[in-house]
Design a protein around this ligand. Sequence first.
Ligand code: MN
Ligand code: MN
Length: 301
Amino acid sequence: MSTGSLEDDAIDSYREAGAILVETLTDAREMIEPGVTQLEVAEYAEDAIREAGAGLAFPVNISINEEASHATPARDDETTFGEEMVCLDIGVHVDGYIADAAVTVDFTGTDELVEAAEQALDAAINVVGPGVEVGAVGREIEAIIDSYGYTPILNLSGHGVERYDAHTGPNIPNRAVDRSVELSVGDVIAIEPFATDGRGKVGEGAVEEIYEQVGDGTVRDRRARQVLDELERFEELPFAARWLDNSRAEMALRRLKMADIVKGYPVLKEADGQLVSQAEHTLIVTEDGCEVTTAGIHPFD
Ligand code: MN
Ligand code: MN
C-alpha cells in the first residue's frame, strides 16, 4: 500500500489503534441494554483500552436520544439506559495515532434512522480516494440520509486526525458542498454521518463533562493548581471530569476555563424529543481508495 508521506510505523499504530477500538466497541455495545448504567459501559470500555496498552483519544461518548456529541457520564453517575436511542463513540490512540468510531444502538423501534447513518457511512467510504473533494463525500451522505426521509446534522462533520490531535482538517461535511478540499494519499480522516428526525442542527446543552487543556498559565487557587498538575497525563487530549483524582474539581475547572487554560465541551443536542443516530469510521486514504482502520465491527445480535 502506498500512503504518501505516512511512515510505516505510523500506519502500524493507526491499524493497532483501530483493532483495539473494534474489539472494545463490539464488547461495549453488547453491554448496552435498559437497566444497565451508562457509567458501567463507559468505564468498561475505557479500562479495556488501557489494559490493551493503548490510550484514550477522548472519553467514551454515550449520547441519548436528542444528544449527538460530547456526552459522557459524570462521576458516580447512576443513570441507566432506557428505551432510548444510544450512540456509542470511542477514540483510541496508540503512540498518539488515533482511531475514532461510533455505532448506534436503538431501543425505540426506529431502526431506519440507525440504518440511514450506517448506509450513508458505507456510501461515503465507497467514494473516498485521492483527488476526491470532501464535498463529494458529503453529497453521498446527504443523498442517502435524504432517501430515508431523514436529515443529516449539518453543523456536525467528520474531520482529519493527526498525531495527538483527534480533530484537525479537513472538515468532512455531512452534506453536498461545491468546490471543496481534495483528499490526498496518506490523509487520515474520520467520517461520521449523523441522521435525525429533527431539523438537522445541534445546539449546546447545559451539561459539560468533557474538557481539554488548551493553554499554559498559572492560577492562584490551590485546588485549581492541583487539577492543573494532574492534566499533564492527558497529553492535551480531551478528558472527562470523572477521570480527575480530585472528586471536587468543578470549581477548579471553572477557574481554569476562565484563565483560558482549559476548554469545556458542552453536550451538543438536537431539539428535545428528536432522535439522533451516528455511524463513524476512521480511514487512511490510499492510491486506490482507502483502508478503513476501524473495519470489522462485528454485527449486532
Ligand atoms: Mn467519534
Ligand atoms: Mn470523530
